[in-house]
Design a protein around this ligand. Structure first.
Ligand code: G2I
Length: 461
């Protein structure tokens, strides 16, 4: 209960970071979670992520682990997006193919990549009837309940504090006019209460994560979205921990952006949950596709509780429906008209005209504690270039008087006379292209003080 209350009272980790980034102040700010994001933005944003951040939102994409080795894919991902969702790697069949046997390798690859780039993460998905390994469907009621709760606690526990939002339950309602729950193994064995149970288990597993219900064909007001709406209203009224509703937003000519899209998302937000656009893709091309994307972005921007947008892939060529060319980059990673429309709707301006150069760029920093032992912890600072390339950066790290930095890596440190203020400069990693990031790290001997170091604003050169 205390956790639910605390959650209600404060914005998500992402929101905090965004607000602080926008503040752009040189004053050192430290969030409750120990994540710091500071910037001195001087340019109109020229990437989706940077433009969305200036609107207090994230702009993310689904990521496939096996594409991260393709340099064009990764360059586009890193440059344009500031949030990532594993397209398949966090589904039940990928993570726990046999009971009690967890395979976190591919999920870890995505988490590590995203965090290394300073991106936030959406977790997709814990309880879903699809991509469910055979052993789950064969369990009886009690066993299934145990397995569901175990899966939630193991998976969310592994990534506790690292994943901003989780799709706790996915696609639990039938299509069409019935408004009924989908007849999944969970529904059959555990009954209507399984959704509530999953959300309660999720809150216990990571009290700071934003917990979402996620579905498709719920984008406009219809029987299915009404059923979800009634469930969310009931959960809020009874104190069942739900923080967010995800609207997948897979559109094509048979299923275009509904005329009441904004109104529908708004009525959910009015229940006291965040709304997120979680799997956006719109089949088509040219101006028509661009117009539909613009409508979606404008709807989100018009709703203060619409906290971000995720598109369901980086490039058309790897889309789950590639023939419909539904994404923002074509198969050669060229920006499509839909990209230009989204960037403009977010208030950004196309880049390319600004070659950057010394003193022209800006950078931001984020801090994370990456390890902790009995007497010490490791910290990592990620430095990310803004909209122009930079050729150098300077960041100060101030530790408490009882603390001492014993080791550093990937940077060139210098110290003030007290020994508590370290000024870090590059060690061969000073040249960053727009949106690119690098990290340096250090070990802090805690001396009994486990508070996070204060990270100064990034100064670019
Ligand atoms: O179907 C579109 C999305 C609808 N909402 C939930 C999402 O999780 C879902 O994503 C898609 C992925 O984009 C596909 O990539 O989910 C599909 C499965 O339900 C994914 O397709 C699977 C194929 O079915 C597998 O054969 C394949 O091995 O992708 C796997 C990895 O490429």
């Amino acid at each position: 209960m205390i956790n639910e209350f605390a959650h209600e009272q404060r914005p998500s980790r992402w929101r905090l970071a965004v607000r602080r980034a926008i503040a752009g102040s040189a004053v050192v700010l430290l969030s409750a979670t120990g994540v710091v994001a500071l910037s001195g933005t001087a340019h109109a944003a020229s990437t989706l992520g940077a433009a969305a951040a200036e609107q207090g939102r994230y702009f993310g994409t689904a990521v496939a682990a096996n594409r991260l080795s393709e340099s064009d894919y990764t360059a586009t991902l890193n440059r344009e997006f500031n949030s990532a969702t594993a397209e398949n790697e966090m589904k039940w069949d990928a993570l726990q193919p046999n009971r009690g046997q967890f395979n976190f390798g591919n999920a870890d690859r995505i988490v590590n990549h995203a965090r290394g780039q300073g991106m936030s993460l959406r977790g997709h998905t814990l309880v879903w009837h699809s991509q469910l390994p055979g052993w789950v469907g064969g369990l009886g009621t009690n066993e299934l309940r145990t397995a569901m709760n175990d899966h939630i606690s193991q998976v969310m526990g592994r990534y506790r504090g690292q994943i901003d939002s989780w799709d706790v339950v996915n696609e639990a309602f039938e299509d069409g006019s019935s408004g009924a729950r989908r007849n999944s193994p969970f529904q059959q064995r555990l009954g209507n209460g399984y959704i509530e149970e999953a959300f309660r288990a999720a809150r216990a597993a990571d009290p700071s994560a934003t917990l979402c219900y996620n579905d498709y064909n719920t984008d406009g007001v219809n029987a299915k979205s009404n059923a979800v709406y009634n469930m969310v209203a009931d959960f809020k009224q009874r104190g069942v921990p739900i923080d967010c509703v995800g609207f997948q937003s897979h559109f094509n000519s048979q299923s275009p952006v509904p005329g009441d899209y904004q109104q529908n998302l708004q009525r959910f937000a009015a229940l006291g949950v965040d709304v997120q656009i979680t799997e956006l893709d719109i089949e088509g091309s040219g101006t028509a596709q661009a117009n539909s994307y613009r409508t979606v972005v404008n709807a989100c921007l018009a709703i203060s509780r619409c906290t971000g947008i995720t598109v369901w892939g980086v490039t058309d060529k790897y889309s789950w429906r590639a023939s419909g060319t539904p994404l923002l980059f074509d198969g050669n990673y060229n920006k499509k008209p839909a990209y230009d429309a989204v960037l403009a709707a977010l208030g950004g301006t196309p880049g390319g005209g600004d070659p950057g150069g010394p003193g022209d760029g800006s950078c931001t920093v984020t801090y994370q504690e990456t390890d902790r032992w009995g007497d010490r912890f490791n910290g990592q600072v990620t430095v990310r270039a803004g909209d122009a390339s930079i050729s150098g950066w300077t960041v100060t790290v101030t530790v408490g008087s009882a603390q001492r930095i014993s080791t550093t890596w990937n940077g060139t440190p210098s110290w003030d006379s007290s020994g508590n203020v370290m000024t870090m400069r590059p060690n061969g990693n000073g040249n960053l292209s727009p949106g690119q990031s690098t990290s340096f790290g250090f070990t802090v001997m805690a001396g009994g003080d486990w508070s996070a170091p204060r990270i100064g604003a990034c100064v670019a050169s």
